[in-house]
Write a new protein. Structure first.
Lengths: 188, 269
């Protein structure tokens, strides 16, 4: 699996150069990004949206946006992969929280596949041992750690987290705040 | 609305919760304004993105279909960047989506220009429309199933339940007839391309606690008998689906491949 921070050339593929080529109108560069990242992007979107069709919608929109906004990509601000996944997250969260709400709760669900695999425990297990995030998350109390991972990976809101853990909303907000402080210190 | 009245702690917390997607509407407006105007805030957001990025690698990758890339290309071809409509669409998308972006949130979106082409593409993208279309298709197919399939076979047993399986595109793709004696059959309504070394596997979900149960394998889209005898009697609203699996069927006893079609049973009249 590729490095998550994703700047510069990985295995001969240069994400930043590909995005810049998109800005020049080179469709082949967009295809190369698709071949390289679409499978992982679908996985990220599917984990949040829980539905293949919606995940494909999010990835579709993301590639359209990458193409159209490639000229606004600024390497000085951050890596190309981070840029693309930020667009994907925003797009997925918008679908999750807004426009597709009714479709999400409708009964057109894939057969009971909701998954150990997409659980926060699964995410923790698969976190790279060499990265800093895993060891820093492990410093958090288990419930707070799970809440942070559910928020990032599965797109849960404060309210949904509070409901899931059976704590008042204010308590959940302060759990998250304290967890973020710990993470920032640890990862600084 | 500047960063001045925020403590450093709150400033960073706002950036982190913006990245997590946890901000309420008011705070999100504030964060979006800071992203636009405050380089220090942008840097804080970028730092949090980089910190959490490792979690993106923990999602299980899914097969990226060529059809999706084709759809992306079609969207780009259909809206050349120079067209005014595309500009509006671009502005609209940018205002919501750009991560290190320039503007506010959905409430402040300019409305889409109601050009005929725009209206068509909006309709094309509208899942609600497709949902309606798929229900209309399902209804038509149920009538078809009742009229065509049951009618001529009237001498045989009539199914107690019928499920119309819909493709992800919302088109009727197969019919499952479940008979009162516990037998069932699957009748495809369209051909399904099956790659070399793969097979179609039919599943039903009778009990969510038990999970999906395999009830049939077929190498191609043709009418097959399904084995429901080991299962409790088929019930209304029972799910059936077909996934693409490795030759010989899913090795783990539950669906692993993409869902090609699915649908739930209705009582046959």
């Amino acid at each position: 699996m590729k490095a998550a921070s994703g700047s510069a050339a990985e295995g001969g593929f240069d994400m930043e150069a590909s995005i810049i080529a998109c800005a020049r109108g080179e469709r082949a560069a967009l295809h190369a990004i698709y071949q390289r990242e679409a499978a992982q992007m679908l996985g990220v979107a599917r984990r949040m949206l829980r539905r293949q069709a919606l995940a494909e919608e999010a990835v579709h929109d993301t590639f359209v946006l990458v193409w159209r906004q490639a000229a606004t990509f600024d390497q000085a601000r951050g890596g190309g992969r981070t840029w693309i996944y930020a667009i994907l997250r925003n797009r997925s969260l918008n679908i999750l929280r807004g426009e597709k709400r009714t479709e999400l709760i409708e009964d057109y669900e894939p057969l009971g596949l909701t998954s150990e695999e997409e659980s926060p425990e699964g995410a923790m297990l698969r976190l790279s041992e060499t990265g800093r995030l895993k060891s820093c998350l492990e410093r958090l109390e288990p419930l707070k750690r799970t809440a942070i991972v559910l928020a990032y990976a599965n797109g849960l809101t404060h309210g949904e987290l509070a409901g899931r853990f059976g704590v008042p909303l204010g308590t959940m907000k302060s759990w998250i705040r304290r967890a973020l402080l710990t993470l920032r210190e640890c990862m600084a | 609305m500047s960063a001045q009245d925020l403590t450093p702690e709150d400033f960073d917390r706002l950036a982190a919760e913006h990245v997590l997607g946890l901000l309420d509407a008011d705070e999100e407006v504030r964060a979006a304004a800071l992203v636009k105007d405050d380089p220090a805030f942008r840097a804080a957001v970028e730092d949090w993105r980089a910190r959490f990025a490792e979690l993106d690698a923990t999602a299980l990758p899914l097969e990226a279909p060529d059809a999706l890339l084709a759809r992306i290309s079609a969207t780009l071809d259909a809206t050349p960047a120079a067209a005014p409509e595309a500009e509006v669409e671009r502005a609209r998308l940018r205002s919501v989506e750009t991560p290190a972006g320039t503007a506010a949130r959905p409430a402040t979106l300019p409305p889409l220009v109601p050009s005929p082409a725009g209206a068509f593409s909006a309709l094309w993208r509208n899942l609600g429309f497709w949902r309606f279309a798929s229900f209309a298709g399902a209804a038509a197919t149920v009538l078809l199933a009742l009229g065509v399939i049951i009618g001529p076979l009237g001498r045989g047993p009539a199914p107690a339940f019928v499920a119309v399986l819909m493709s992800p595109q919302g088109e009727p793709a197969a019919v499952v007839n479940a008979f009162a004696d516990g037998t069932a059959e699957l009748i495809p309504l369209r051909t399904i391309p099956v790659p070399e070394g793969r097979t179609l596997e039919v599943w039903t979900l009778w009990d969510p606690a038990r999970g999906p149960v395999s009830i049939g394998l077929t190498g191609e889209a043709r009418t097959i008998r399904l084995n429901l005898r080991d299962l409790p009697r088929t019930a209304p609203n029972q799910l059936f689906e077909i996934t693409l699996e490795p030759q010989g069927g899913s090795p783990v006893g539950r669906p692993t491949g993409p869902v090609l079609m699915k649908g739930t049973t209705s009582v046959a009249l």
